[in-house]
Design a protein around this ligand. Sequence first.
Ligand SMILES: [Zn+2]
Ligand SMILES: [Zn+2]
Length: 144
Amino acid sequence: MGDVSMTLKLPQSMDECIYFTRRKLEEKGSAVAWVYKEKCPKCKKALMGKPKDPKTGKTKIRATEYVCPSCGYTMEKGAYEDTLTANIQYTCPHCSYSGEHQMSFKRKKVQLINPETRKKKSADALKFPCKKCGKDILITKKMK
Ligand SMILES: [Zn+2]
Ligand SMILES: [Zn+2]
């Protein structure tokens, strides 16, 4: 078992993504995760994106839907994002193995325990097993 070559393509620009994050995972681990925009499921001609303000031409970042700029097909934010694929490059926080993983961007609720207070809380996260040691790796949404 040598090094695994990295095959996932990192985005050239944030415009290609609906999600991009770079994280430190505990003491030794780290991860980069990103989700590409995908084509309209209806006309397949253009990438779905947040709607633009017709007056200013600026993207409405807080919009709760995605729109196809070609045919106008609209999808609710969560429903669209659940259809996308998350790309992850990671260094395992448990065994230091470096690998890649692809999974549905449909995030699941996980229980987290704060190491200082021992309090439990639930958070949305991408959760997948390390290819080498099989232990779970979690990439949580940003904490408030
Ligand atoms: Zn379309
Ligand atoms: Zn591992």
